[in-house]
Structures are given as structure tokens and as C-alpha cells.
Design a protein around this ligand. Structure first.
Ligand code: ZN
Length: 370
């Protein structure tokens, strides 16, 4: 029986990103929207479906945990950045840097969001859980040491890796980011670190536009341990599974991690307003199964999945429950009602130009351990 942890917290829903339109602030010719693109709805509805599906009693709910402390946050973020965010948060809100608006109290909410993967990761490493899904907010994978970017205030995954190493000693961690946007935060944090394999599969040149190229392979001792898989817009089920088979799986096999993190964005989904790829719930289900097999092969199944993007509130719940069902090995009975439509979008199968682009990333894998 798989013991799957789950984290969701009402406070995450109180992080207020204001009334910008999609990713832009309102003003000029941009009319204020009802909610910003990164709103609570796309997460609350995942938790809602998990509740009504009857899956929740089969998950181990982690609750009653503390925010990350200043010292825990400062393992990655600069003291100046932490002070700046805290001051703005206390004074009613502001912007953490680039496209990252927040309201009152978001310092504490972001510190609670960053605590979730640490709490779940700790339980996995202690053997109390096999795997976990952390449905936290604000997301983390674009945040850098001294600037918030792309809706992310604190670097949840990077902080979990650094704090788990402080508590448990050296750990070889493979980080797989399947959000449709590039995982620039982990890339920057671990660029010269051969004990962290950072893999990001994302839409080519979506966000941030200045990073995520296949040529960014790490430096110094970390050369070969940063693996970008930029995908052409329009990449669907076939392209994602081909990238998993020909790049992600051989890379993780070569790296032999002690633990695997997945930074899980559902914005690679076919209906997402901020991405142009075409994954669906079946894609996320199969990718989760594959990463579980890799975790079983190398690290006793130790797999920590944390939430990142996903901005189609109607569709994210069906991707989310597909991942949760796979993690805990139990069918909820929920069928994805969108699947008959989105799985039949044209060119869902692997296209030659997608295979060519993925092959360039596959060439980098031989550098691991070389
Ligand atoms: Zn994203």
C-alpha cells in the first residue's frame, strides 16, 4: 500500500495577486480583470475535486506545520531580498520583482508555501511516506536568490533541497520540472553543483524568454548536470512522452538519485492560457507513472511532487487528480470529461520537428557522470 502525502492550506488561497490581466498589471489600455492569471481558483478546484472524488481518505494529510524561518529562507535568498519582501508585505503588498504582485501578508503565506515541500520531503526521507503531492501557492520555480519572478516569491523546490540536505546530509537530488515555463530558479541555484540534476522540459522561449536553452548545460563541476528540454509550441502527448523516454529516463538512470523532485505545472495542458503546448490528463498520468518507476529503480520510490503553474481553472483539477491517483495507486472513479476533445487535437502524436529538437537534449545526457 503506497503511503502518499498531501498538503493543501487555506492560507495559500489568501495570497492576493490583485486584478492584473493574465500576467500583466492593469493600467493604460489593460482593463483590470476579475482576478489575476495566477489566482487561487486553479488550485482550489484541484483540492475540491480531490475531496469530492473520495480520494482524500486514502492520502496522508500533512497539516499544522510552521512557515520557513528567516534562516531557512536565507539558505537561498539574500537577506536584503527577504527584508524587502517582508517590508512590502507588512505595508499592504507590492511586487517581488518581475511579474510577481502580492498583497498583505504574502511574506508569511509564501514562507508557508515554501515550508510544504520541506515537511513532505522530511516525511519521505524518514520513511513515513512513500511519495507526496504538495498543492502549494504561491509557486516557486521562477524565484531567484534576490528577485521574485513569474508569480514566484520564494524558491520552494530549491529551498526544500537545500534544507533537506542541511537536515539529512548529502543527498543526490534529481529535479524534474514539467511546467510549461523554464525552471530558471533551480538552474541558477545548482548550475555548478553535480549533486543536483536539474531537468526542465518547457515550451521553447515562453517565459523567461532569456533562459532554458539546450546549450545551458551547467558549469564547472556541474557541467552536464543541467538539462534543458525546450519543446516547440504545439508539443502534445507524443512529444512529452518521447522526451520522458529519450531524455529524462536515461538522464535519471545515469545520475542515480537518492530522491526525485517533480516541479509540476499543469500549464503544459492543452487549454492553458499561458502556454501553447497540448498535454492532457493522460500525459500527466503517464509521466507520473514513469517518474515513479525511476524512483523505484533508484531510490526506494522517494518522490516529492510540488505544484507550480497551471492557469486553466476548469482543466487543472483533472490533471491534478490524474497525478494523485497515480501516486497513491488508487482510482477515484473521476473521468476527465475534457479528454475526448483535447486528446484528439491535431498533431498530438510526436512530430518530426519535435523529435529533432528533443534529440538535441538527448545528446547532453552522455555528460552525466562523464
Ligand atoms: Zn508555468
Amino acid at each position: 500500500m503506497t503511503r502518499t502525502g498531501y498538503v493543501f492550506h487555506e492560507k495559500y488561497m489568501w495570497h492576493n495577486t490583485g486584478q492584473g490581466a493574465l500576467f500583466l498589471p492593469a493600467g493604460g489600455f489593460v482593463q483590470p480583470d476579475i482576478v489575476h492569471g495566477e489566482s487561487s481558483d486553479s488550485k482550489r478546484r484541484i483540492d475540491g475535486l480531490i475531496s469530492v472524488s473520495g480520494l482524500k481518505p486514502h492520502l496522508t494529510i500533512l497539516e499544522e506545520f510552521a512557515e520557513l524561518t528567516h534562516d531557512q529562507l536565507a539558505l537561498f535568498h539574500t537577506p536584503e531580498y527577504l527584508t524587502r519582501i517582508k517590508t512590502m508585505s507588512d505595508e499592504g503588498g507590492g511586487n517581488a520583482g518581475e511579474l510577481t504582485p502580492f498583497g498583505p501578508g504574502s511574506y508569511e503565506i509564501a514562507a508557508l508555501s515554501a515550508a510544504a515541500p520541506l515537511v513532505a520531503g522530511r516525511a519521505i526521507l524518514k520513511g513515513e511516506l512513500d511519495n507526496a503531492y504538495v498543492l502549494n501557492r504561491p509557486p516557486g520555480h521562477h524565484a531567484e536568490a534576490d528577485i521574485g519572478r513569474g508569480f514566484c516569491i520564494f524558491a520552494n523546490g530549491v529551498l526544500a533541497a537545500m534544507n533537506l540536505r542541511k537536515e539529512f546530509g548529502d543527498l543526490r537530488i534529481a529535479i524534474l520540472d514539467w511546467d510549461v515555463h523554464h525552471g530558471n530558479g533551480a538552474q541558477k541555484a545548482f548550475y555548478d553543483d553535480p549533486s543536483t540534476l536539474v531537468i526542465s522540459m518547457h515550451q521553447y522561449q515562453n517565459y523567461p524568454q532569456d533562459s532554458g536553452f539546450v546549450e545551458e548545460i551547467g558549469e564547472g563541476a556541474g557541467r552536464g548536470y543541467n538539462l534543458n528540454i525546450p519543446l516547440p509550441p504545439g508539443s502534445g502527448h507524443g512529444a512529452y512522452l518521447h522526451a520522458m523516454d529519450t531524455v529524462v529516463a536515461p538522464a535519471i538512470d545515469a545520475f542515480r538519485p537518492d530522491m526525485i523532485f517533480v516541479l509540476s505545472g499543469f500549464d503544459a495542458g492543452a487549454t492553458d492560457p499561458l502556454g501553447r503546448n497540448m498535454a492532457h490528463s493522460g500525459t500527466y498520468r503517464e509521466m507520473t507513472g514513469q517518474v515513479m518507476r525511476l524512483a523505484d529503480a533508484h531510490c526506494g520510490g522517494k518522490l516529492l511532487v510540488m505544484h507550480e503553474g497551471g492557469y486553466s481553472p476548469a482543466y487543472t483539477p483533472f490533471c491534478g487528480i490524474a497525478v494523485l491517483e497515480t501516486l497513491c495507486g488508487r482510482a477515484s472513479g473521476v473521468e476527465d470529461p475534457f479528454l475526448p476533445v483535447v486528446s484528439n487535437f491535431g498533431m498530438q502524436e510526436l512530430q518530426p520537428h519535435q523529435a529533432d529538437m528533443i534529440a538535441r537534449s538527448a545528446e547532453i545526457v552522455r555528460l552525466i557522470g562523464a
